[in-house]
Design a protein around this ligand. Sequence first.
Ligand SMILES: Cc1ncc(COP(=O)(O)O)c(C=O)c1O
Length: 427
Amino acid sequence: MTIEENRILLPKSELPASWYNVLPELPEPLGPYLGADQKPVEPSALAAIFPKALIEQEMSNQSIHPIPAPVLEALALWRPTPLIRAKRLEKALGVKSRIYFKDESVSPSGSHKSNTAMAQAYYNRQEGITRLTTETGAGQWGTALAIAAKHFGIDVRVFMVKISLTQKPYRKVIMNMMGAEVFPSPSEVTKAGRDALAKDPQALGTLGLAISEAVEEAASRPDTNYVLGSVLNHVILHQTVIGQEVQKQLALAGEKPDYLIACHGGGSNFGGLVAPYVPMIKSGEKITAIAAEPISCPTLTAGKFTYDAGDTAGFTPLMPMYSLGTDFQPPAIHAGGLRYHGASPIVSSLLKSGVIKAQAVTAEQVFKFAKLLANSEYIIAAPESAHALAVTCLKALELESLGQSACLVFTLSGHGLLDLSAYESAA
Ligand SMILES: Cc1ncc(COP(=O)(O)O)c(C=O)c1O
């Protein structure tokens, strides 16, 4: 293990060999997923769209899941990722706090989404699936899946939220280069899409609707499965490589975290960072985990804890989660990946039981601190990640005003090099 200036790096041999499952650690067991008849969904009902291995992980009570060798090899293409002490950002803020960020932007897709994309593509291929459908908001997940599917030899069709496709046309170019087909959602390809267009031909699209389109198509073809880039338990499981690496890297730096902060769209990068720390938080260690979300899509801070569908058409099971309602239409904020009405059941449960906190920030705050990061660390953060950055900076400034300092860690879940139109219009 080496520390090069402010970069805390781990050798390949320190790549976590297993995923950490937080389900057995939740203060209250998760309620079952329910069907439209309000009865618990049997695992066999999910088999029409998911491989068996992922259904088992979704409902598993086993704490440790070894990572299969082909997935480890794929992750080793870019992992372990660096943990970086943002000293110039600290100086620019004028704070004594130590700020670290886990740099997930170094993956082939430019975000943390590759961590689960590789695993999900592998398990589907193992079970004979040759075609996958999915939705994407910002395009990061679609890009990650297109690359993972290329790696494991699977075809992909992506339904991309129309407003995000307009804002980020180059994401489509990358997905197409990897061999994936991309449709703006709502599309004419599915009934859910056609119904939405009939209601509103100008619809900007939502993640909930794009999920309906992808699920509808997967359910109607035996060679096709559906994959989701966030929300579900197995997605958070795959993302726990983030938190496990952070634990080793902070130990190497002689630090313990006071604050763990990540942005929250559906909960996967937040869950991946925080899940391995849940046993410590529960045992009374003073670690405050904060999920950062936009004030314009305030699922965790203003949503209701309820059973709700993951999509607009109601094809997915009902899940126990914080939700703004499946009809919620977020304004066209630029953080496309944070435009989701719901939240992961795991993150919802942790919030409800007080293990974690949530904080909403304004677009002005997000872009102000994104600019400060660019000017100090020379990094263009994805607008989603800049929500975590903003909460981190606000907390560091608040502590400073109280004459205090702390160790704050946030996830840089992705880079913003394909989000420049968002920064241009915010300037
Ligand atoms: C860079 C980036 N960060 C964060 C998110 C939010 O997703 P999640 O809450 O699952 O981490 C997205 C979603 O597309 C994203 O692209």
